[in-house]
Design a protein around this ligand. Structure first.
Ligand code: ASP
Length: 342
């Protein structure tokens, strides 16, 4: 039987039009453009309905309230469809994909985020391929995960990151292999799929307004700046460190600032500025100093996954000590646990 897909259109370049101020979303325009393209009516393409969000957004304007609205739409239509496509701007797509991975517990159907670098109405748009491929993945190789389909790649949502502002291969999954191979055929790699949580169907975990942030270390960063960032009411911080998770251990004032914040319950997660590889706070003295201060290893998580995981864990109402325990654990396939690392 033909698959049925629900397309949730939230905004992004794919449905934009040129305006004197640059590209901007325009209600109804994406559906109109798709209706004018015969390939979307091809019998091989699954049946789909488009549900347009209002207002349509450039994804730079998205925040956790929008994530929740989309997640609730998926839950409301969950039983009616075989899979979901979320059309989304590329700028924050990896954040939304990561957030959905935590918010949508017990997911047993594909939720695929996609979009494009060039609007669908333009002759060289990559949106046509991205959208058709996402539809065909649901028809032929459904993966019961939150995925990101872009530039002929099918990536785990919470492992993805935007790596190119202009190229058609805009996303990568530096620390986890693709969930599918897209070429002449479309094939999913079932051995790479994170087993669905044995929950009773889909549960949407709403996100609260947890006070979390991210800070990238740089040579010469002052203890004062870090202290200001860590001030109350901050609850959690993704600290983007060097290499294997190293920081300026000889700046004792800065180390004391981190230790003081950890002691008052701020959860600080160590993620590397490097795209590939894992944090190992025992590898160098400059990393073990962070561990001694109370900083938790984020292992090979992307900064997007670490940030949204912090929001999710705080939203569950957990105490900092419990969140510290869960951060290095693999909840949705977002990290490689210590004993499983190669
Ligand atoms: N600024 C756009 C957005 O993220 C870029 C895109 O869609 O590719 O919404």
């Amino acid at each position: 039987m033909k698959k049925r897909v629900c397309i949730l259109y939230t905004g992004g370049t794919i449905g934009m039009r040129s305006t004197p101020m640059g590209y901007a979303p325009d209600p109804g325009y994406l559906a109109q453009t798709m209706a004018s393209m015969p390939e979307f009516a091809n019998p091989e393409v699954p049946d789909y309905v488009i549900r347009e969000h209002s207002p349509l957004l450039d994804s730079s304007n998205m925040d956790p309230r929008h994530w929740l609205a989309i997640a609730r739409d998926i839950a409301a239509a969950y039983l009616e469809f075989d899979g979901f496509i979320v059309i989304h701007g590329t700028d924050t797509m990896a954040y939304t994909a990561s957030a959905f991975s935590f918010m949508l517990e017990g997911l047993a159907k594909p939720v695929i985020l996609t979009g494009s670098q060039i609007p669908l109405c333009r002759v060289r748009s990559d949106g046509r391929d991205n959208l058709i491929t996402a539809l065909m993945v649901i028809a032929q190789a459904p993966v019961p995960e939150v995925c990101l389909c872009f530039g002929n790649r099918l990536l785990r949502g919470c492992r993805s990151t935007k790596v190119d502002a202009v190229g058609f291969q805009a996303f990568d999954s530096p620390n986890y292999p693709d969930l599918g191979t897209i070429g002449v055929g479309i094939r999913s790699h079932l051995d790479r799929i994170h087993p669905p949580h044995p929950a009773n169907g889909l549960t949407v975990h709403p996100l609260s307004s947890a006070r979390v942030g991210a800070l990238r270390l740089f040579p010469g960063i002052s203890a004062e700046l870090v202290a200001n960032v860590l001030r109350s009411p901050l609850q959690g911080l993704v600290l983007e460190t060097y290499g294997m998770g190293n920081g300026p251990s000889e700046n004792l004032t800065l180390m004391a600032v981190l230790a003081e914040a950890c002691a008052r319950g701020v959860v600080i997660v160590n993620c590397s500025q490097c795209l590939r590889g894992t944090v190992d706070q025992g590898g160098y003295q400059t990393g073990s100093a962070l561990a001694r201060a109370g900083v938790i290893s984020g292992r090979d998580m992307t900064a997007e996954a670490a940030l949204t995981k912090l929001i999710y864990l705080f939203s569950l109402g957990l105490r900092p000590a419990e969140i510290r325990t869960r951060i290095p654990q693999n909840l949705r396939g977002e990290l490689t646990e210590a004993d499983a690392a190669t």
